[in-house]
Design a protein around this ligand. Structure first.
Ligand SMILES: [Zn+2]
Length: 467
């Protein structure tokens, strides 16, 4: 079935009403060829139309955005170009939290009546008060549709069976994967993760049922592989064709990607923005795995300077700022991610118009550690540790302050296949080459460091900045 001229619809109808039954021909590479291979000018035209509409909608229905924009005399009619849009103030997590505190329980940014709220989700609140999200039914369906469309780009098809190995709780990641796979017409196996003994059970289920696609966090996939090997099972026996990930940067880290692909004999796909910017799959790699594509007609993403908040040119480093373009129930306009990345508009072999983050998201402004004036990201250390033969998957970065000097110790586990002294020299040399920093190395027996069934915390900063 062919849906004719989606491009034309996207220039005239907002929120767009998509054909709920549409699925491309199985041999078709693109879900919507006319949008995905449009020229940059055509794409920008669609984005600008959607930006104007979503801002108008927010202004008319969200007291949160009315207050925010009235304060500075901004009206959506002022936005006549994407350049103008760069002047719209950033929305931060702190803004949203403050609004939730002042207007409990759902905040003043819900733009549909309570009776039309379909799903409530939220963050776990590990770093402060949890954030609540309300989704209307139409939004939920559009999220499913866009996720299906993006899953198509890395090769998922209706014949696939998707194993969802992340918590089916408040965590929006699992649900986004589930509803996208369902909309695509694939079979789903929402297994979950995090309960005692669940990983051992996963190993036997996977052997029996043989799903073709895996979704979870990169850390968890490596943990699952370890558990499988303990039971004498080669993870390749599961037969995954595709493994896609969100929740952590790992799948975008070159050596981790290689390890996952080698361990499971699959392709490893990096994906994901943030819960607040759902549909969170708007950053996702295509089958060519050249870094996540920014699906700009789904979520308009700008990479901006971390201090000036001005857009950086392609090739530059900055912070992604997200504007979901089809959310009516709870719009977010220019949401500050706090992540670090670089972007490029060099073409990808898939032929899509969307720019890419060639190294994915490789750090967070607040997770980055500065050691003697040098910025060190856990993902950089991860890339090195996982590229060295004789080391296990797990590692920690421990920062301490001795007198006035910062010391960073990298703890990693050995497989016992190489001499410790030789390993220490190689790790230390590779780290120094990539970062310019001298690290202390501490080798530990395999299995010493704690494993995670969800998102890993690998940077431990023991410095006391009060003294
Ligand atoms: Zn591509």
């Amino acid at each position: 079935m062919i849906e004719t001229s989606v491009k034309n619809k996207l220039l005239h109808q907002w929120p767009p009403k998509y054909d709920k039954e549409y699925i491309p021909d199985l041999n078709e590479k693109y879900w919507y060829k006319d949008i995905e291979t449009a020229s940059r000018e055509e794409l920008d035209e669609i984005i600008l139309f959607k930006v104007q509409k979503v801002m108008e909608h927010a202004y008319n229905h969200s007291p949160f955005y009315q207050r925010k924009w009235n304060k500075i005399g901004l009206h959506p009619h002022d936005i006549k170009s994407l350049k103008d849009f760069e002047q719209v103030p950033i929305t931060t997590k702190a803004d949203i939290r403050q609004d939730l505190e002042e207007n409990p329980p759902f905040g003043s940014n819900v733009c549909v009546p309570y009776s039309e709220v379909h799903r409530i989700h939220g963050t776990s609140g590990t770093t402060g008060k949890p954030t609540v999200f309300s989704f209307g039914k139409d939004d939920w369906e559009r999220i499913a549709h866009q996720h299906a469309r993006i899953m198509w780009s890395f090769g998922m098809r209706p014949s696939d069976l998707v194993f969802i190995a992340s918590p089916l709780s408040l965590y929006i990641g699992s649900w986004g994967a589930l509803i996208g796979a369902e909309r695509l017409g694939a079979k789903t196996f929402p297994f979950g993760a995090g309960q005692t003994g669940q990983t051992e059970k996963a190993v036997s289920w996977l052997k029996e049922v043989k799903p073709t696609v895996f979704y979870g966090t990169p850390s968890y996939s490596l943990y699952l592989a370890e558990k499988a090997k303990e039971q004498g099972v080669d993870p390749k026996e599961f037969g995954f064709r595709i493994m896609f990930f969100s929740g952590e940067p790992g799948a975008g880290v070159r050596s981790t990607k290689r390890r996952i692909e080698k361990t499971y004999g699959c392709i490893c796909i990096d994906s994901g923005t943030m819960a607040e910017a759902t549909p969170w799959m708007s950053n996702t790699e295509c089958e060519h795995r050249t870094g996540v594509h920014l699906w700009l007609d789904v979520v308009y993403t700008e990479v901006v300077d971390k201090d000036t908040k001005q857009r950086v040119p392609y090739g530059g480093e900055g912070v992604p700022v997200y504007t979901p373009l089809e959310r009516t129930s709870q719009p977010v306009i220019r949401f500050w991610s706090g992540d670090l990345t670089t972007w490029t508009d060099e073409p990808c072999p898939c032929g899509r118009v969307y720019p890419r983050l060639p190294k994915g998201i490789y750090g967070r402004i607040d997770d980055m550690i500065t050691v003697r004036g040098v910025n060190v990201y856990a993902s950089l250390v991860e890339n090195i540790v996982r590229s060295i033969d004789g080391l296990g998957e797990e590692f920690r970065l421990v920062v301490t302050r001795e007198n006035i000097m910062d010391e960073v110790t990298v703890q990693c586990e050995t497989l016992g296949t190489r001499a410790d002294g030789e390993l220490e020299v190689q790790i230390s040399r590779d780290l120094k080459r990539e970062t310019g920093v001298n690290f202390k190395i501490k080798l530990l027996p395999l299995g010493t460091l704690e494993r995670t069934q969800f998102k890993a915390k690998r940077v431990i900063d023991n410095r006391d900045f009060r003294s």
